[in-house]
Write a new protein. Sequence first.
Length: 145
Amino acid sequence: MDSSTIYSIANTIILFPWLLMLIAPKWKWTHYILYSFAFPLLMGILYLTCMLLFWNTSTGDFSTLENLTQLFANKDLVLIGWLHYLAFDLFVGTWELRDAQKLGISHWVLVPCLFFTLMAGPIGLLFYLLLRWGKTKTVLVDYSK
């Protein structure tokens, strides 16, 4: 299977959990599917597989911006980077949903944060942390409860 096909499959698969978060956040199956972290795990397995298959197909490294550009001039390694984004953005979005539900934050207020987490991960997380701060006056998470 080539990297273009993997890209198309990953982009299609990842929409399912995001749609669940956006349109059915309190459905019991949404909780089972999202909180099992099955989709980030699936993306992680796909990421590892692509790393094993494609990592040695390019020159470049992470030491300088020029070397990074050279590394990502290879479409197979761009795919690996994209899978990284898909997995982590979904993980963050799932955390945002779960945390917002625990705090009683309205889902309609959360939806823009989830959208931006999907489209531009760190911006969505920033928006959620600001929303969380507005609700709790802290961005810190107390996991002892």
